[in-house]
Design a protein around this ligand. Structure first.
Ligand SMILES: NC(=O)c1ccc[n+]([C@@H]2O[C@H](COP(=O)([O-])OP(=O)(O)OC[C@H]3O[C@@H](n4cnc5c(N)ncnc54)[C@H](OP(=O)(O)O)[C@@H]3O)[C@@H](O)[C@H]2O)c1
Length: 475
């Protein structure tokens, strides 16, 4: 026995046909606007086109129903057909994008045609539920239109979240995967296109940087990945090209703990002359053993503070050139434990603790993000600092093995940790922000304890100290 249902819905949007088409047909993002979908991913390699497969999980009451969608027709920016197969039904979704009736009007018209063939028990139930199913279908298309309006306010911390931060332990519970899941319930769709935007990601060969690069490449950004190991970097470039079909993935080699490498890297990028829409300073590591680089710097300071400082300062002209650029600095919740100590930016060997040195430099990065945000607002450069929560990455596994073992079931995935990086790089509403410290797409306080607060003079001193290094190293 079978039962068919046919529905057609239409709406108009001010958005460009190309962006609308790309967003809708990428069913890996369908859960942003179809609230019955609890999980969605693209499982085939390459650009989206005929043959692309998405695994989607649909929630029906308490049951989770897997559906596999395959693109069967694909006419760029005008029409796509996706066929979804599950145990109980086959859905044929046809999306057509047309110019608006008024030829002078901007945007396009979207027509969604759904033909669903139910089988077995579902076919028996459907005649009783037809009205409800149709109502749900209409609501879903309204939610899609709302997503494409892309008119979301910048998220603000709730009273409960401010209280959780104040009470410290509840705030830190938010760093886990449970915090991520809770926060996700309030997120809005990200429909702005970053296709063709030039984005630099440092530390893209592993963990959060790799997850960020994969996501941004899937959205069509032109990436420059910075890696220290050429063959690992090339492997990642090949992986990203294969998985996403995006061929605009460049590789730059630099050991970012060495300032001569940072200088050479920035000179190469300046010589290329490509505007930088987004710079993601993500590369980092926690050094349990005291180490000094061949240039004489304590290694945490070199990699986690001096390096992103020098790179960002050097690339300022390319950020200005973009017209509306964003800098995203990846700090850490660990910085909550430290106050900046200007005379001890390079932690001494005696009494060295890797976590302390790491936290101090990540604190410095938070302060510098705020400074740049003030300084560069008139250049149309916004500067954002974030922390990813606690994510299971190769870096955490090797530098914090005990923490990694104890927290195994609470750690986020790399993708979950990287989410706020890609959101800061892409979301429309982020245009209204600068100088904030983000976790899970919500700004958070930069101090949990009064004892870590620095005063204006100390902030000035930090900037002057880093500036002095710049003058000395780069003259
Ligand atoms: N995971 C977390 O829970 C967590 C929490 C707070 C903050 N963070 C921050 O998030 C960022 C990413 O960390 P992750 O957890 O994703 O660690 P990860 O898996 O170890 O990745 C770190 C990346 O940085 C690169 N890198 C390290 N040293 C470098 C150097 N000298 N020159 C150039 N690149 C270098 C690594 O390159 P290789 O592949 O060659 O090693 C790798 O691509 C770091 O800034 C970290 O401090 C992470």
């Amino acid at each position: 026995m079978s039962y068919s249902l046919h529905m057609q819905e239409q709406f108009q949007t001010h958005r460009r046909a190309e962006d609308v088409f790309d967003y809708i047909v990428d069913f890996s993002r369908i859960d942003e606007w179809d609230h019955s979908i609890v999980d969605a991913k693209k499982i085939s390699d390459g650009l989206i086109g005929v043959g692309t497969i998405f695994d989607v999980t649909y929630k029906m009451g308490l049951r989770k129903v897997p559906i596999q969608y395959k693109v069967s027709e694909y006419e760029p920016h005008s029409k796509a057909v996706l066929v979804g197969e599950s145990d109980n039904f086959t859905a044929i979704d046809t999306v057509t994008i047309q110019p608006k009736d008024d030829p002078d009007a901007q945007g396009c018209q979207v027509t969604w045609d759904a033909h669903i063939e139910f089988r077995g028990a579902a076919a028996k139930l459907l005649p009783l539920m037809k009205n409800k199913v149709e109502q749900a279908g209409r609501k879903t298309i309204q939610d899609l239109a709302f997503a494409l309006d892309d008119n979301f306010a910048l998220p603000k911390p709730s009273g409960l979240q401010k209280l959780a931060d104040k009470l410290v332990i509840p705030g830190m519970a938010g760093f886990t995967k449970f915090g991520y899941r809770q926060a996700k319930k309030r997120w809005q769709p990200v429909t702005r296109s970053v296709k063709g935007k030039h984005i630099i990601v440092s530390g893209a060969t592993s963990g959060l940087g790799l997850a960020t690069a994969l996501d941004l490449a899937a959205r069509g950004a032109h990436l420059t990945l910075v890696a220290r190991d050429e063959s690992k970097g090339q492997g990642v470039v090949d992986q990203i090209k294969r998985q996403t079909g995006n061929t605009h993935i460049a590789l730059e080699i630099a050991d970012l703990s060495l300032m001569a490498n940072v200088k050479a890297l920035s000179q190469r990028l300046l010589e290329k002359g490509d505007a930088i829409d987004v710079l993601v300073n993500n590369a980092g590591a926690l050094f349990n053993e005291y180490q000094v680089t061949s240039e004489g710097f304590e290694k945490s300071f070199a990699l986690l503070l001096l390096s992103p400082y020098l790179l960002t300062e050097a690339l300022h002209p390319m950020l200005v050139k973009a017209g509306n650029a964003r800098v995203i600095n990846v700090s850490s919740g660990g910085m909550y434990a430290k106050r900046i100590s200007i005379n001890n930016l390079q932690t001494k060997e005696e009494g060295y603790r890797g976590t302390g040195a790491y936290a101090m430099c990540k604190r410095g990065l938070v302060i510098m993000s705020e400074r740049w945000a003030e300084k560069w607002a008139s250049d149309n450069i916004s500067v954002h600092c974030m922390h990813p929560g606690w994510a299971a990455t190769p870096g955490v596994e090797s530098s914090l093995p005990t923490f990694n073992r104890i927290m195994k079931y609470s750690l986020r995935s790399s993708e979950e940790g990287a989410d706020t990086i890609t959101w800061l790089a892409c979301a429309n509403e982020v245009d209204d922000a600068t100088g904030l410290f983000w976790l899970d797409r919500v700004p958070h306080t930069t101090h949990l304890f009064n004892s870590t607060r620095e005063n204006d003079a100390q902030r000035d001193q930090l900037e002057q100290t880093l500036e002095a290094y710049k003058l000395k190293l780069w003259q």
